[in-house]
Design a protein around this ligand. Structure first.
Ligand code: GLC
Length: 736
C-alpha cells in the first residue's frame, strides 16, 4: 500500500478528535487500563522494538517475532521507522488485533531537522539565539509529527569539551548554562503547547548522564564524573529540560561512579525520579541495558532486567531482557510489581498525552509533502544557518564586493553533503551548495581536490583557472561522516590532501577567504596563517549555500559566537574557558614560569575562545555602571552598559556576562558565563543593556553538593567573548 492508499484506506475510519484530558481524567484512564492488563501486556509496553526491514513479515526472525508480539499487545514502541505504509500496518495490528488495543509509540532521531535540515546542534549553539533555535525544533516537530512520528530522541544535552568525540556535533558545546538555555528552547519547540497538538512530538533529554565526558574523546569510552561536577555542570541542562516538561529522558551508555547509567539506581530513581520529581518516561539507549554484560556488571539478560527495573528504567530500547525475563522476575519477587506498574503508568500517560488512544494514526493521514520543506521552513533554515556562521578572522577582505570576480576552490564548493550527521530524512539533493549560493555572481569554480581522496590539482592548472579572479573563497573541511556517533578522531586536521591545496592557494598571492565545513572544532592554525578571513561553517543543512554566500557577500552580517573553544592543537584538548585556576596558575607577569600550570611548547589559550565571533561593524561598549557594589541574598545589583553600533552596517552583538568568584568551599572556574543578551543595531544606533545580578547568579555547587554562594568578592566581567573582556567590576556579597 503506498501513502495515497493509506490515506484512502484510513479515510474510511473518520479522523477522530484528540481529547484534552484533565490530569484527573488522565490518571483515571491510565489506572483503569492498567488494571485490565496482564503482566505480559505490562512488560510488553516496556519494550521498544528495533525498526523493521522493508518487508512487514520477512525471513528475519525478528520481524516475525515482533509482529507476533505486537498482535499479543507485547510491544510498546518501535524506533527509527519512517515509511508510512509500515507505520500504518503495524499500528493497525496493534489497535485492531491486540486484546487491549494499546497503540504503538513511534520514535525517531529528529535532532536538527526532519526533512528540512538545520545546522548541526553545535552550529545552532553558536547563534546564542534561543528564539531561532526554538523555531527550528518547532519546524522539525511539525514535519515529523505530520509524517507519523510521535517522539524524537532529542535534545542531546551532553556538555562536551573534547572535539575528538564525534558526537560533539550533536551537542550544544562546552557550557552548561548555554546548554540549559537551548534545552528549554528545544523541548518547548518539539512539544508545542500540548503533546495533543498534531504538530508536536514528545522530546527526549539525552544522554543521562555524562556521555560527553567519554575519556580521551573515544566513543563509548569510560567516564569518571564526580558528584560535584555532575551537579554543577552536567545536570543543569537536564534540569532545564525537566522544568520545560520534557516527556522522556534517555539513559546513557557510560558508567557513572562505575555503574552503567542504565542500571544505576542512584541516577535514575534516586536523583531523577525522586530528588528531581521527574514524572516522565525513562528509556534506555540502544541496547545500553544489555551492555551491562559487557560492562561486566550483569552476568546475563535476566540480571540485566532486574537491575534495570530496580534502577528505574521504564522502556528498554531493542534489548529484550524485559520481554524475556521480567515476568519470571516479578513472579519470583512480587515486591517488584509496583516498579512495573510505575513504568507502565509513565508509558501509558505519554501515549494518552500524545492523543494516541484517540487517534492512533495521528500524522499518518496527512500528506507529508504539504508540511515538509515548505518555503516557510526553508526561510527558518536560512535564518538559522546565517546565525550559526562564526567569523573567526577578517582583515577586511570580507564582505566581498559585487565588482569582484570570485574564485571558488575546494571540495565543498559544489558539495551538498553538508547536512551533517543525524539529519533524519534530509536529502542531499534538497541542500543548497556554496556555488549555488553564488549563482547570481561572477565566479570561477575549481574543486582542487576531494575531501578524502589523494587527488590534487596541479599548481599550474590551479593558477590558470584562477588567473582572472580577484579573491579566492576556499571551501574545505571534514566529510560529514567524520563526526556523529561512532566517529571519534585522534587528530583534528583536515583529511585527504586539503592541506596541500591550502599551500597551493596561498601561492596564488590573492586574498583568500576560507570557509571550514566540520562537525567539530578543528586545528585551524595552518588556515589562520594562510587566510585573510576565516569562517567556521559547520554543517549548515538545507540552506547552507545561500546562508554562506550571503554572509560572505555582506547581504547579512555574521553574528555567530563560538559555543566551544577551538583548540590550538589536539594536544591541548580538552581546553575550555571555564577551567579551574589550579594551585599553580601562570603568573600574569611571567607567562613562561616553569613551575606553573602550562605547556613548554604551546600556549594555554585556545586558538579561538568560547564566545568569540566577529562581524562587519564596530560595537562600542561604554557607560558601564552598577547600581551598587554590594548585594545580599535578597538585594540584587543591576549592571548596565551602553552598546553603540559605530560602524556602517546593521549587525547583532552578543553581550556576555561572566562572574569570577574569589572564594568558595570548592574550587570554582576562572570565569563562569551567567547571562548574555543580544542586541541588533543599525549604524549609529545604541541600546542600554541591563543584567540583573542576584544571589542565584553567583551560586555554584559547594562541598555539601548544594548550590550556594560564599560571602565575599566577585568580579563581574562584561565581554565580547570569554577572552575579550571589556569591563570588570568587583562586587561584594554579604550573606545575611
Ligand atoms: C544511538 C544513540 C542515541 C539514539 C539511539 C536511537 O545509539 O546513542 O542517541 O537516539 O541510538 O537511534
Amino acid at each position: 500500500m503506498n501513502e495515497k492508499t493509506i490515506i484512502e484506506d484510513y479515510k474510511q475510519q473518520e479522523k477522530t478528535e484528540i481529547l484534552k484530558r484533565s490530569s484527573e481524567q488522565l490518571i483515571e484512564a491510565v489506572n483503569s487500563l492498567l488494571s485490565k492488563m496482564t503482566l505480559a501486556e505490562k512488560v510488553g509496553q516496556m519494550y521498544q522494538a528495533a525498526h523493521f526491514g522493508a518487508e512487514l513479515v520477512g525471513p528475519s526472525v525478528d520481524n516475525i517475532d515482533t509482529v507476533d508480539l505486537i498482535k499479543q499487545g507485547r510491544v510498546g514502541s518501535i524506533l527509527s521507522m519512517s515509511d508510512k505504509t509500515m507505520l500504518y500496518k503495524l499500528q493497525k495490528l496493534a489497535v485492531e488485533e491486540s486484546r487491549l488495543r494499546i497503540p504503538l509509540l513511534y520514535a525517531y532521531d529528529v535532532v536538527h531537522g526532519y526533512k528540512t535540515i538545520f545546522p548541526i546542534s553545535l552550529g545552532l549553539a553558536c547563534t546564542w539565539d534561543e528564539t531561532i533555535v526554538k523555531k527550528t525544533s518547532e519546524v522539525a516537530a511539525t514535519e515529523a509529527a505530520r509524517s507519523g512520528i510521535h517522539m524524537t530522541f532529542a535534545p542531546m544535552l551532553d556538555v562536551v569539551k573534547d572535539p575528538r568525540w564525534g558526537r560533539v556535533m550533536e551537542s550544544f558545546g562546552e557550557d552548561h548554562y548555554l546548554g540549559s538555555v537551548y534545552a528549554k528552547a528545544y523541548v518547548e519547540g518539539f512539544q508545542k503547547d500540548s503533546l495533543t497538538s498534531r504538530n508536536a512530538v514528545a522530546a527526549c533529554a539525552k544522554h543521562f548522564i555524562g556521555y560527553g565526558l567519554s575519556e580521551a574523546g573515544r566513543e563509548y569510552n569510560t567516564v569518571d564524573l564526580s558528584e560535584m561536577k555532575l551537579r554543577q555542570e552536567y545536570l543543569p541542562p537536564f534540569k532545564a529540560a525537566i522544568d520545560a516538561g520534557v516527556a522522556s529522558v534517555m539513559s546513557a551508555f557510560n558508567v557513572v561512579g562505575g555503574i552503567p547509567a542504565t542500571g544505576n539506581k542512584y541516577l535514575l530513581r534516586n536523583l531523577l525520579k525522586d530528588e528531581l520529581s521527574y514524572k516522565g518516561m525513562v528509556i534506555s539507549d540502544y541496547d545500553s541495558s544489555g551492555e551491562m554484560i559487557h560492562h561486566k556488571t550483569a552476568r546475563d539478560l535476566k540480571e540485566v532486567a532486574e537491575k534495570s527495573l530496580i534502577a528505574g528504567l521504564d522502556m528498554e530500547m531493542v534489548t529484550k531482557s524485559y520481554v524475556k525475563h521480567l515476568e519470571i522476575i516479578v513472579d519470583e519477587s512480587p515486591y517488584l510489581m509496583p516498579y512495573v506498574d510505575d513504568s507502565v503508568r509513565r508509558i501509558l500517560t505519554l501515549k494518552y498525552n500524545l492523543g494516541l488512544f484517540d487517534d492512533p494514526y495521528k500524522g499518518l493521514t496527512d500528506h507529508s509533502e504539504d508540511y515538509t520543506l515548505t518555503e516557510e521552513h526553508r526561510k527558518i533554515a536560512y535564518e538559522a544557518a546565517v546565525k550559526s556562521i562564526v567569523l573567526l578572522e577578517n582583515d577586511g577582505v570580507l564582505p566581498l564586493s559585487q565588482t569582484q570576480t570570485v574564485g571558488l576552490i575546494g571540495p565543498f564548493v559544489q558539495s551538498n553533503e553538508v547536512n551533517g550527521a543525524w539529519s533524519a530524512l534530509g536529502n542531499h539533493q534538497d541542500t543548497v551548495t556554496l556555488a549555488e549560493g553564488f549563482k547570481e555572481d561572477t565566479f570561477v569554480c575549481c574543486q582542487g581536490c576531494s575531501v578524502l581522496g589523494d587527488d590534487l590539482i596541479s599548481e599550474s592548472d590551479l593558477a590558470v583557472a584562477m588567473a582572472d579572479v580577484d579573491v579566492i573563497v576556499l571551501a574545505i573541511g571534514e566529510d560529514e561522516n567524520m563526526s556523529g556517533e561512532g566517529a571519534s578522531r585522534a587528530f583534528l586536521d583536515l583529511p585527504g590532501r586539503q592541506n596541500e591545496l591550502i599551500e597551493m592557494v596561498s601561492k596564488l598571492n590573492k586574498p583568500c577567504v576560507t570557509v571550514v565545513f566540520s562537525g567539530r572544532p578543528l586545528d585551524l592554525r595552518l588556515l589562520k596563517e594562510h587566510s585573510n578571513a576565516l569562517v567556521q561553517g559547520w554543517f549548515l543543512g538545507s540552506e547552507s549555500g545561500y546562508a554562506l554566500a550571503d554572509v560572505l557577500k555582506g547581504v547579512v552580517a555574521p553574528s555567530g559566537r563560538l559555543s566551544m573553544s577551538m583548540p590550538y592543537c589536539v594536544g591541548q584538548v580538552p581546553v575550555y574557558y571555564n577551567q579551574l585556576p589550579t594551585g599553580r596558575p601562570v603568573p600574569k607577569n611571567n607567562s613562561t614560569h616553569r613551575f606553573s600550570s602550562r605547556y613548554i611548547d604551546i600556549p594555554n589559550e585556545p586558538l579561538y575562545a568560547f564566545g568569540h565571533g566577529l562581524t562587519y561593524t564596530i560595537f562600542e561598549y561604554s557607560h558601564f555602571t552598577t547600581t551598587a557594589t554590594r548585594l545580599t541574598t535578597n538585594e540584587n545589583v543591576l549592571v548596565r552598559l551602553k552598546v553603540t553600533n559605530s560602524g556602517e552596517v546593521t549587525a547583532t552583538e552578543t553581550v556576555q556576562l561572566y562572574i569570577e568568584a574569589s572564594y568558595h568551599s570548592v574550587s570554582r572556574p576562572v570565569k563562569e558565563l551567567k547571562m548574555f543578551k543580544q542586541v541588533r543595531l543599525k549604524p549609529g544606533e545604541h541600546e542600554i543593556v541591563e543584567f540583573d545580578v542576584g544571589y542565584e547568579t553567583l551560586c555554584h555547587i559547594d562541598e555539601k553538593l548544594i548550590s550556594s554562594a560564599s560571602a565575599g568578592c566577585y568580579m563581574i566581567h562584561i565581554g565580547k567573548s570569554s577572552s575579550d573582556i571589556v569591563f570588570t567590576k568587583e562586587i561584594v556579597l554579604e550573606v545575611t
